[in-house]
Design a binder for this molecule. Structure first.
Ligand code: NDP
Length: 458
Protein backbone atom coordinates (compact mmCIF):
# COMPACT_ATOMS: atom_id res chain seq x y z
CA UNK A 1 0.00 0.00 0.00
CA UNK A 2 1.17 3.52 -0.79
CA UNK A 3 2.76 5.34 2.10
CA UNK A 4 0.74 8.51 1.46
CA UNK A 5 -2.81 9.18 0.27
CA UNK A 6 -1.45 11.28 -2.60
CA UNK A 7 1.85 11.82 -4.37
CA UNK A 8 1.12 15.53 -4.75
CA UNK A 9 -1.24 17.71 -2.75
CA UNK A 10 -1.77 21.18 -4.23
CA UNK A 11 -3.23 23.96 -2.12
CA UNK A 12 -4.95 26.51 -4.36
CA UNK A 13 -6.71 25.88 -7.68
CA UNK A 14 -5.63 28.97 -9.59
CA UNK A 15 -3.57 29.11 -12.76
CA UNK A 16 -0.32 27.74 -11.29
CA UNK A 17 -1.89 25.09 -9.08
CA UNK A 18 -4.19 23.73 -11.77
CA UNK A 19 -1.49 23.66 -14.46
CA UNK A 20 1.05 21.94 -12.20
CA UNK A 21 -1.49 19.43 -10.87
CA UNK A 22 -2.76 18.44 -14.30
CA UNK A 23 0.76 18.05 -15.67
CA UNK A 24 1.74 15.91 -12.65
CA UNK A 25 -1.36 13.71 -13.06
CA UNK A 26 -0.58 13.26 -16.76
CA UNK A 27 2.64 11.52 -15.69
CA UNK A 28 0.79 9.15 -13.41
CA UNK A 29 1.08 11.01 -10.11
CA UNK A 30 -1.85 10.67 -7.71
CA UNK A 31 -2.86 14.29 -7.22
CA UNK A 32 -5.33 16.20 -5.05
CA UNK A 33 -6.05 19.91 -5.22
CA UNK A 34 -7.72 21.93 -2.48
CA UNK A 35 -9.61 25.14 -3.18
CA UNK A 36 -11.27 27.36 -0.58
CA UNK A 37 -13.34 29.50 -2.93
CA UNK A 38 -13.86 28.41 -6.53
CA UNK A 39 -11.65 26.60 -9.00
CA UNK A 40 -10.06 29.14 -11.35
CA UNK A 41 -8.21 31.48 -9.03
CA UNK A 42 -7.49 35.17 -9.40
CA UNK A 43 -6.87 35.24 -13.14
CA UNK A 44 -10.05 33.48 -14.19
CA UNK A 45 -12.42 34.73 -11.49
CA UNK A 46 -11.12 38.07 -10.14
CA UNK A 47 -8.40 39.26 -12.49
CA UNK A 48 -7.19 38.91 -16.06
CA UNK A 49 -10.26 37.36 -17.63
CA UNK A 50 -13.12 39.47 -16.21
CA UNK A 51 -10.91 42.58 -16.48
CA UNK A 52 -10.21 41.92 -20.17
CA UNK A 53 -13.93 41.42 -20.84
CA UNK A 54 -14.60 44.84 -19.31
CA UNK A 55 -11.73 46.30 -21.36
CA UNK A 56 -13.40 44.98 -24.53
CA UNK A 57 -16.63 46.64 -23.41
CA UNK A 58 -14.79 49.90 -22.76
CA UNK A 59 -13.33 50.00 -26.27
CA UNK A 60 -16.77 50.34 -27.85
CA UNK A 61 -17.10 53.86 -26.46
CA UNK A 62 -14.35 55.16 -28.73
CA UNK A 63 -15.26 52.83 -31.60
CA UNK A 64 -18.72 54.40 -31.81
CA UNK A 65 -17.18 57.87 -31.90
CA UNK A 66 -14.43 56.93 -34.36
CA UNK A 67 -16.93 55.32 -36.75
CA UNK A 68 -18.22 58.75 -37.82
CA UNK A 69 -14.89 59.57 -39.46
CA UNK A 70 -15.35 56.51 -41.65
CA UNK A 71 -18.80 57.49 -42.86
CA UNK A 72 -20.88 55.60 -40.32
CA UNK A 73 -23.86 57.11 -38.58
CA UNK A 74 -24.15 55.43 -35.23
CA UNK A 75 -27.50 55.83 -33.55
CA UNK A 76 -28.16 56.30 -29.88
CA UNK A 77 -26.00 54.04 -27.77
CA UNK A 78 -25.51 53.56 -24.08
CA UNK A 79 -23.82 51.07 -21.82
CA UNK A 80 -26.08 48.82 -19.75
CA UNK A 81 -23.51 48.06 -17.05
CA UNK A 82 -25.67 45.53 -15.20
CA UNK A 83 -26.15 43.55 -18.43
CA UNK A 84 -22.39 43.61 -19.03
CA UNK A 85 -21.68 42.31 -15.52
CA UNK A 86 -24.29 39.55 -15.99
CA UNK A 87 -22.71 38.49 -19.27
CA UNK A 88 -19.26 38.52 -17.71
CA UNK A 89 -20.51 36.38 -14.79
CA UNK A 90 -22.01 33.82 -17.15
CA UNK A 91 -18.68 33.54 -18.93
CA UNK A 92 -16.85 33.08 -15.63
CA UNK A 93 -19.29 30.30 -14.66
CA UNK A 94 -18.56 28.62 -17.97
CA UNK A 95 -14.80 28.88 -17.45
CA UNK A 96 -15.07 27.64 -13.88
CA UNK A 97 -16.92 24.59 -15.22
CA UNK A 98 -14.21 24.00 -17.82
CA UNK A 99 -11.48 24.18 -15.18
CA UNK A 100 -13.31 21.69 -12.96
CA UNK A 101 -13.83 19.34 -15.91
CA UNK A 102 -10.19 19.60 -17.00
CA UNK A 103 -9.04 18.68 -13.49
CA UNK A 104 -11.48 15.76 -13.23
CA UNK A 105 -10.60 14.49 -16.70
CA UNK A 106 -6.94 14.55 -15.69
CA UNK A 107 -7.72 12.40 -12.66
CA UNK A 108 -7.02 15.16 -10.11
CA UNK A 109 -9.17 14.89 -6.95
CA UNK A 110 -10.80 18.24 -6.12
CA UNK A 111 -11.24 18.92 -2.41
CA UNK A 112 -13.39 21.90 -1.45
CA UNK A 113 -12.50 23.90 1.64
CA UNK A 114 -9.65 25.73 3.29
CA UNK A 115 -6.57 23.53 3.64
CA UNK A 116 -4.05 23.79 6.45
CA UNK A 117 -0.76 22.01 6.92
CA UNK A 118 -0.59 20.00 10.14
CA UNK A 119 2.89 18.66 9.44
CA UNK A 120 4.96 18.65 6.22
CA UNK A 121 3.09 15.59 4.92
CA UNK A 122 -0.37 16.08 6.45
CA UNK A 123 -3.05 18.46 5.28
CA UNK A 124 -6.32 19.09 7.07
CA UNK A 125 -9.35 20.27 5.19
CA UNK A 126 -12.91 20.52 6.50
CA UNK A 127 -12.03 18.36 9.51
CA UNK A 128 -10.48 15.55 7.44
CA UNK A 129 -6.79 14.73 7.17
CA UNK A 130 -4.91 13.72 4.04
CA UNK A 131 -1.29 12.75 3.62
CA UNK A 132 0.95 13.51 0.67
CA UNK A 133 4.56 12.92 -0.28
CA UNK A 134 4.87 16.39 -1.85
CA UNK A 135 2.94 19.60 -1.26
CA UNK A 136 2.61 22.45 -3.75
CA UNK A 137 1.51 25.79 -2.30
CA UNK A 138 -0.29 27.83 -4.96
CA UNK A 139 -2.53 30.07 -2.91
CA UNK A 140 -1.90 33.27 -4.89
CA UNK A 141 -2.36 36.76 -3.51
CA UNK A 142 -4.99 39.18 -2.29
CA UNK A 143 -5.35 42.98 -2.46
CA UNK A 144 -3.32 44.70 0.23
CA UNK A 145 -4.82 47.88 1.65
CA UNK A 146 -3.09 50.80 3.37
CA UNK A 147 -4.00 51.08 7.06
CA UNK A 148 -5.84 54.41 6.92
CA UNK A 149 -9.00 55.41 8.81
CA UNK A 150 -12.14 54.51 6.87
CA UNK A 151 -10.39 51.95 4.63
CA UNK A 152 -13.44 49.68 5.10
CA UNK A 153 -15.38 52.06 2.83
CA UNK A 154 -13.09 51.38 -0.14
CA UNK A 155 -13.49 48.73 -2.79
CA UNK A 156 -10.70 46.73 -4.42
CA UNK A 157 -10.50 45.17 -7.87
CA UNK A 158 -12.47 42.22 -6.44
CA UNK A 159 -15.57 44.37 -5.91
CA UNK A 160 -14.91 46.63 -8.92
CA UNK A 161 -15.47 43.62 -11.17
CA UNK A 162 -18.85 42.96 -9.59
CA UNK A 163 -20.35 46.44 -9.27
CA UNK A 164 -24.07 46.28 -9.92
CA UNK A 165 -24.30 50.02 -10.55
CA UNK A 166 -21.74 52.23 -12.23
CA UNK A 167 -20.66 55.18 -10.06
CA UNK A 168 -20.73 58.68 -11.53
CA UNK A 169 -17.31 59.37 -10.07
CA UNK A 170 -14.51 57.29 -8.63
CA UNK A 171 -11.18 57.98 -6.97
CA UNK A 172 -8.63 55.25 -7.66
CA UNK A 173 -5.61 55.06 -5.38
CA UNK A 174 -2.48 53.52 -6.92
CA UNK A 175 -0.52 53.79 -10.12
CA UNK A 176 0.17 50.14 -10.93
CA UNK A 177 -1.32 47.67 -13.41
CA UNK A 178 -4.69 47.40 -11.71
CA UNK A 179 -5.20 51.12 -11.12
CA UNK A 180 -4.48 52.19 -14.70
CA UNK A 181 -6.52 49.35 -16.17
CA UNK A 182 -9.59 50.21 -14.10
CA UNK A 183 -9.11 53.95 -14.69
CA UNK A 184 -9.39 53.17 -18.41
CA UNK A 185 -12.45 50.95 -18.02
CA UNK A 186 -14.36 53.39 -15.82
CA UNK A 187 -13.40 56.46 -17.86
CA UNK A 188 -14.59 54.85 -21.10
CA UNK A 189 -17.84 53.95 -19.36
CA UNK A 190 -18.38 57.64 -18.68
CA UNK A 191 -17.29 57.77 -15.04
CA UNK A 192 -15.35 60.80 -13.78
CA UNK A 193 -12.03 59.26 -12.71
CA UNK A 194 -9.45 60.77 -10.39
CA UNK A 195 -6.31 58.69 -10.02
CA UNK A 196 -4.27 59.32 -6.90
CA UNK A 197 -0.61 58.30 -7.14
CA UNK A 198 2.16 58.82 -4.67
CA UNK A 199 4.84 58.97 -7.38
CA UNK A 200 4.95 61.50 -10.22
CA UNK A 201 4.07 58.90 -12.86
CA UNK A 202 2.11 55.67 -13.22
CA UNK A 203 3.61 52.19 -13.69
CA UNK A 204 6.77 52.19 -11.64
CA UNK A 205 9.20 49.65 -13.05
CA UNK A 206 8.24 50.27 -16.67
CA UNK A 207 10.41 52.31 -19.06
CA UNK A 208 10.28 56.04 -18.26
CA UNK A 209 9.04 56.89 -21.76
CA UNK A 210 6.23 54.35 -21.40
CA UNK A 211 5.22 55.82 -18.05
CA UNK A 212 5.17 59.38 -19.30
CA UNK A 213 3.53 58.59 -22.63
CA UNK A 214 0.74 56.48 -21.15
CA UNK A 215 -0.06 59.05 -18.50
CA UNK A 216 -0.28 61.80 -21.13
CA UNK A 217 -2.66 59.67 -23.23
CA UNK A 218 -4.79 58.91 -20.18
CA UNK A 219 -5.04 62.61 -19.43
CA UNK A 220 -6.25 63.21 -23.00
CA UNK A 221 -9.02 60.70 -22.35
CA UNK A 222 -10.10 62.62 -19.30
CA UNK A 223 -8.51 60.80 -16.38
CA UNK A 224 -7.53 63.35 -13.75
CA UNK A 225 -4.29 62.72 -11.92
CA UNK A 226 -3.28 63.76 -8.44
CA UNK A 227 0.43 63.03 -8.30
CA UNK A 228 2.79 62.99 -5.31
CA UNK A 229 -0.32 62.47 -3.22
CA UNK A 230 -1.07 59.84 -0.60
CA UNK A 231 -4.38 58.69 0.84
CA UNK A 232 -4.99 59.79 4.44
CA UNK A 233 -8.54 58.73 5.26
CA UNK A 234 -11.91 57.90 3.77
CA UNK A 235 -15.16 59.26 5.14
CA UNK A 236 -18.73 58.58 4.24
CA UNK A 237 -20.67 61.66 3.12
CA UNK A 238 -24.36 62.29 2.44
CA UNK A 239 -23.87 61.52 -1.25
CA UNK A 240 -20.88 59.20 -1.37
CA UNK A 241 -17.37 59.26 0.01
CA UNK A 242 -14.62 61.76 0.73
CA UNK A 243 -11.04 60.68 0.19
CA UNK A 244 -8.77 62.92 2.20
CA UNK A 245 -5.28 63.06 0.75
CA UNK A 246 -1.95 64.49 1.76
CA UNK A 247 -1.44 67.49 1.32
CA UNK A 248 -4.65 68.29 3.17
CA UNK A 249 -7.06 68.05 0.26
CA UNK A 250 -10.23 66.10 -0.27
CA UNK A 251 -11.74 64.32 -3.23
CA UNK A 252 -15.51 63.83 -3.12
CA UNK A 253 -16.73 60.90 -5.16
CA UNK A 254 -19.28 58.09 -5.39
CA UNK A 255 -16.70 55.38 -4.81
CA UNK A 256 -13.10 54.94 -3.68
CA UNK A 257 -11.09 52.09 -5.13
CA UNK A 258 -7.75 50.99 -3.71
CA UNK A 259 -5.19 49.31 -5.98
CA UNK A 260 -1.99 49.58 -3.98
CA UNK A 261 -0.58 46.16 -4.65
CA UNK A 262 -1.28 42.58 -3.66
CA UNK A 263 0.07 40.48 -0.82
CA UNK A 264 0.83 36.72 -0.90
CA UNK A 265 -1.79 34.45 0.69
CA UNK A 266 0.42 32.80 3.29
CA UNK A 267 -1.54 33.35 6.50
CA UNK A 268 -3.63 30.68 8.20
CA UNK A 269 -2.41 27.66 6.23
CA UNK A 270 0.14 26.40 8.75
CA UNK A 271 3.20 27.30 6.70
CA UNK A 272 5.43 28.79 9.36
CA UNK A 273 4.21 26.23 11.91
CA UNK A 274 5.65 23.39 9.79
CA UNK A 275 8.90 25.26 9.12
CA UNK A 276 8.26 26.97 5.76
CA UNK A 277 10.19 30.25 5.82
CA UNK A 278 8.56 33.40 4.48
CA UNK A 279 10.51 36.34 3.09
CA UNK A 280 10.22 40.03 4.10
CA UNK A 281 7.08 40.42 2.01
CA UNK A 282 5.52 37.34 3.65
CA UNK A 283 5.88 35.35 0.43
CA UNK A 284 7.03 31.72 0.51
CA UNK A 285 10.82 31.82 0.13
CA UNK A 286 11.78 29.36 -2.61
CA UNK A 287 14.95 28.30 -4.38
CA UNK A 288 15.43 28.14 -8.15
CA UNK A 289 13.45 24.86 -8.22
CA UNK A 290 10.49 26.45 -6.40
CA UNK A 291 11.40 24.47 -3.28
CA UNK A 292 10.67 26.01 0.13
CA UNK A 293 12.80 25.59 3.24
CA UNK A 294 10.92 22.34 3.93
CA UNK A 295 12.27 19.84 1.36
CA UNK A 296 8.93 18.26 0.33
CA UNK A 297 7.02 21.57 0.17
CA UNK A 298 7.17 23.67 -2.99
CA UNK A 299 5.43 26.89 -3.98
CA UNK A 300 4.52 28.45 -7.33
CA UNK A 301 2.83 31.61 -8.56
CA UNK A 302 1.97 34.85 -6.76
CA UNK A 303 2.41 33.27 -3.32
CA UNK A 304 6.15 33.32 -4.03
CA UNK A 305 6.12 36.94 -5.28
CA UNK A 306 8.61 36.36 -8.09
CA UNK A 307 6.96 37.68 -11.26
CA UNK A 308 3.26 37.91 -10.49
CA UNK A 309 1.76 37.01 -13.84
CA UNK A 310 -0.51 34.11 -14.75
CA UNK A 311 1.67 32.63 -17.52
CA UNK A 312 4.64 32.69 -15.14
CA UNK A 313 2.66 30.80 -12.48
CA UNK A 314 1.62 28.23 -15.10
CA UNK A 315 5.23 27.87 -16.22
CA UNK A 316 6.42 27.43 -12.60
CA UNK A 317 3.71 24.82 -11.89
CA UNK A 318 4.48 22.82 -15.02
CA UNK A 319 8.25 23.07 -14.49
CA UNK A 320 7.76 21.54 -11.04
CA UNK A 321 5.63 18.69 -12.41
CA UNK A 322 8.21 17.99 -15.13
CA UNK A 323 11.00 17.96 -12.55
CA UNK A 324 9.25 15.73 -10.02
CA UNK A 325 7.21 13.37 -12.19
CA UNK A 326 8.80 13.22 -15.64
CA UNK A 327 12.54 13.03 -14.89
CA UNK A 328 12.82 16.27 -16.83
CA UNK A 329 14.36 18.81 -14.46
CA UNK A 330 13.29 22.35 -15.39
CA UNK A 331 14.13 25.45 -13.42
CA UNK A 332 11.54 28.15 -14.08
CA UNK A 333 12.97 30.73 -16.47
CA UNK A 334 12.21 34.30 -15.46
CA UNK A 335 14.20 36.07 -18.17
CA UNK A 336 12.63 38.18 -20.90
CA UNK A 337 9.10 37.67 -19.62
CA UNK A 338 6.80 39.89 -21.69
CA UNK A 339 3.98 41.72 -20.00
CA UNK A 340 1.11 43.94 -20.95
CA UNK A 341 -1.06 46.47 -19.23
CA UNK A 342 -4.58 46.63 -20.63
CA UNK A 343 -4.83 50.35 -20.13
CA UNK A 344 -6.31 52.71 -22.71
CA UNK A 345 -4.20 52.71 -24.82
CA UNK A 346 -2.51 49.46 -23.81
CA UNK A 347 1.14 48.89 -22.97
CA UNK A 348 3.36 45.98 -23.98
CA UNK A 349 6.94 45.42 -22.94
CA UNK A 350 9.62 42.75 -23.02
CA UNK A 351 13.20 42.90 -21.86
CA UNK A 352 14.81 45.68 -19.89
CA UNK A 353 14.17 49.41 -19.68
CA UNK A 354 16.50 52.12 -20.91
CA UNK A 355 17.46 52.96 -17.32
CA UNK A 356 18.34 49.32 -16.56
CA UNK A 357 20.31 49.02 -19.80
CA UNK A 358 22.34 52.14 -18.97
CA UNK A 359 23.11 50.70 -15.56
CA UNK A 360 24.03 47.19 -16.69
CA UNK A 361 25.59 47.69 -20.15
CA UNK A 362 28.55 49.73 -21.41
CA UNK A 363 26.98 51.44 -24.41
CA UNK A 364 23.30 51.60 -25.21
CA UNK A 365 21.52 52.78 -28.36
CA UNK A 366 17.93 53.94 -28.17
CA UNK A 367 15.49 53.98 -31.06
CA UNK A 368 12.14 55.60 -30.52
CA UNK A 369 9.17 56.47 -32.68
CA UNK A 370 5.95 58.21 -31.84
CA UNK A 371 3.24 58.70 -34.40
CA UNK A 372 -0.46 59.07 -35.01
CA UNK A 373 -1.88 55.64 -35.93
CA UNK A 374 -3.34 55.47 -39.45
CA UNK A 375 -6.81 54.79 -38.10
CA UNK A 376 -6.90 58.17 -36.45
CA UNK A 377 -6.13 60.08 -39.64
CA UNK A 378 -9.82 59.59 -40.46
CA UNK A 379 -11.28 59.21 -36.98
CA UNK A 380 -9.67 62.49 -35.98
CA UNK A 381 -8.91 61.12 -32.54
CA UNK A 382 -5.94 62.70 -30.83
CA UNK A 383 -4.20 59.47 -29.80
CA UNK A 384 -0.61 58.61 -30.48
CA UNK A 385 1.47 55.46 -30.38
CA UNK A 386 5.00 55.13 -29.00
CA UNK A 387 7.53 52.40 -29.70
CA UNK A 388 11.01 52.05 -28.37
CA UNK A 389 13.95 49.70 -28.78
CA UNK A 390 16.82 49.43 -26.32
CA UNK A 391 19.95 47.99 -27.97
CA UNK A 392 23.31 46.88 -26.57
CA UNK A 393 25.85 48.80 -28.69
CA UNK A 394 28.63 46.23 -28.20
CA UNK A 395 26.72 43.10 -29.21
CA UNK A 396 23.90 44.77 -31.21
CA UNK A 397 21.44 42.64 -29.25
CA UNK A 398 17.99 44.08 -28.65
CA UNK A 399 17.63 44.29 -24.88
CA UNK A 400 14.13 45.75 -24.63
CA UNK A 401 11.03 46.47 -26.72
CA UNK A 402 8.43 48.86 -25.33
CA UNK A 403 5.17 50.07 -26.78
CA UNK A 404 2.18 52.17 -25.83
CA UNK A 405 -0.62 52.01 -28.37
CA UNK A 406 -3.38 49.91 -29.88
CA UNK A 407 -2.52 46.20 -30.09
CA UNK A 408 0.69 46.60 -28.06
CA UNK A 409 0.13 43.30 -26.17
CA UNK A 410 -0.41 41.41 -29.46
CA UNK A 411 2.68 42.95 -31.06
CA UNK A 412 5.01 42.53 -28.09
CA UNK A 413 4.16 38.83 -27.75
CA UNK A 414 5.81 38.17 -31.12
CA UNK A 415 8.82 40.34 -30.32
CA UNK A 416 9.29 38.38 -27.09
CA UNK A 417 10.19 35.34 -29.22
CA UNK A 418 12.81 37.41 -31.02
CA UNK A 419 14.34 38.52 -27.71
CA UNK A 420 14.29 34.96 -26.41
CA UNK A 421 16.29 34.02 -29.51
CA UNK A 422 18.80 36.80 -28.80
CA UNK A 423 17.84 38.86 -31.86
CA UNK A 424 20.09 41.73 -32.88
CA UNK A 425 19.05 45.14 -34.16
CA UNK A 426 20.49 44.14 -37.53
CA UNK A 427 18.11 41.17 -37.64
CA UNK A 428 15.22 43.47 -36.78
CA UNK A 429 16.35 45.69 -39.68
CA UNK A 430 16.58 42.70 -42.04
CA UNK A 431 12.99 41.75 -41.27
CA UNK A 432 10.46 42.95 -43.83
CA UNK A 433 7.61 44.94 -42.35
CA UNK A 434 3.91 44.30 -42.84
CA UNK A 435 2.41 47.34 -44.47
CA UNK A 436 0.36 49.19 -43.45
CA UNK A 437 0.61 48.27 -39.82
CA UNK A 438 1.86 49.88 -36.63
CA UNK A 439 4.02 46.84 -35.92
CA UNK A 440 6.23 47.50 -38.96
CA UNK A 441 7.68 50.49 -37.13
CA UNK A 442 9.61 48.04 -34.94
CA UNK A 443 11.59 46.86 -38.00
CA UNK A 444 11.98 50.24 -39.69
CA UNK A 445 13.47 52.39 -36.93
CA UNK A 446 16.77 53.56 -38.42
CA UNK A 447 17.89 56.61 -36.47
CA UNK A 448 19.19 56.22 -32.98
CA UNK A 449 18.52 59.00 -30.55
CA UNK A 450 21.45 61.27 -29.82
CA UNK A 451 23.25 60.80 -26.53
CA UNK A 452 22.48 61.54 -23.79
CA UNK A 453 18.91 60.36 -24.15
CA UNK A 454 17.31 62.17 -21.31
CA UNK A 455 14.27 63.56 -23.06
CA UNK A 456 11.08 61.53 -23.03
CA UNK A 457 8.89 60.91 -26.06
CA UNK A 458 6.48 63.66 -26.98
P1 NDP B 1 1.37 47.21 -8.41
O1 NDP B 1 2.43 46.70 -7.53
O2 NDP B 1 1.49 47.07 -9.87
O3 NDP B 1 1.16 48.76 -8.10
C1 NDP B 1 0.91 49.22 -6.80
C2 NDP B 1 0.68 50.73 -6.86
O4 NDP B 1 0.23 51.19 -5.61
C3 NDP B 1 1.95 51.50 -7.18
O5 NDP B 1 1.61 52.57 -8.01
C4 NDP B 1 2.41 51.99 -5.80
O6 NDP B 1 3.07 53.22 -5.87
C5 NDP B 1 1.09 52.20 -5.12
N1 NDP B 1 1.12 52.06 -3.67
C6 NDP B 1 1.61 51.02 -2.94
N2 NDP B 1 1.42 51.24 -1.63
C7 NDP B 1 0.81 52.43 -1.52
C8 NDP B 1 0.35 53.21 -0.42
N3 NDP B 1 0.47 52.78 0.83
N4 NDP B 1 -0.23 54.41 -0.67
C9 NDP B 1 -0.36 54.84 -1.94
N5 NDP B 1 0.04 54.15 -3.02
C10 NDP B 1 0.63 52.96 -2.82
O7 NDP B 1 0.03 46.56 -7.84
P2 NDP B 1 -1.41 46.31 -8.47
O8 NDP B 1 -2.31 46.22 -7.28
O9 NDP B 1 -1.74 47.28 -9.54
O10 NDP B 1 -1.27 44.89 -9.15
C11 NDP B 1 -0.77 43.78 -8.41
C12 NDP B 1 -0.06 42.81 -9.31
O11 NDP B 1 -0.98 42.12 -10.11
C13 NDP B 1 0.89 43.47 -10.33
O12 NDP B 1 2.16 43.69 -9.80
C14 NDP B 1 0.90 42.49 -11.43
O13 NDP B 1 1.93 41.57 -11.21
C15 NDP B 1 -0.44 41.81 -11.36
N6 NDP B 1 -1.32 42.28 -12.43
C16 NDP B 1 -0.99 42.09 -13.72
C17 NDP B 1 -1.80 42.54 -14.74
C18 NDP B 1 -1.40 42.34 -16.16
O14 NDP B 1 -0.50 41.56 -16.40
N7 NDP B 1 -2.00 43.03 -17.11
C19 NDP B 1 -3.06 43.21 -14.46
C20 NDP B 1 -3.32 43.38 -13.06
C21 NDP B 1 -2.48 42.92 -12.09
P3 NDP B 1 4.64 53.36 -6.27
O15 NDP B 1 4.70 53.24 -7.73
O16 NDP B 1 5.02 54.70 -5.79
O17 NDP B 1 5.32 52.25 -5.54
Amino acid sequence: MAKYDFDLFTIGAGSGGVAGSRRAASYGARVAIAEAVRVGGTCVLRGCVPKKLLVYAAHFAEEFEDAAGFGWSVGEHRLDWARLIDAKDRELDRLNGIYVKLLRDSGVAILEGRARLVDPHTIEISGKSYTAETVMIATGGWPSLPAIPGIEHAITSNEALDLKVLPRSIAIVGGGYIAVEFAGIFRAAGVAVTQVIRADKVLRGFDEDVRQFLQAEMVKKGVQFRTATRPESIERTATGFRLVVDPGEAIDCDLVMIATGRAPNTAGIGLEEVGVALNKKKAVAVDEWSRSTVPNIYAVGDVTDRINLTPVAIHEGRALAETLYNSNPIKPDHTNVPSAVFSQPPVGAVGITEAQAREWHQGVDIYRASFRPMKHTLSGRDERTMMKLVVDRRTDRVLGCHMVGADAPEIIQGLAIALKCGATKRQFDQTIGIHPSAAEEFVTMRDKLPEPVAKAAD
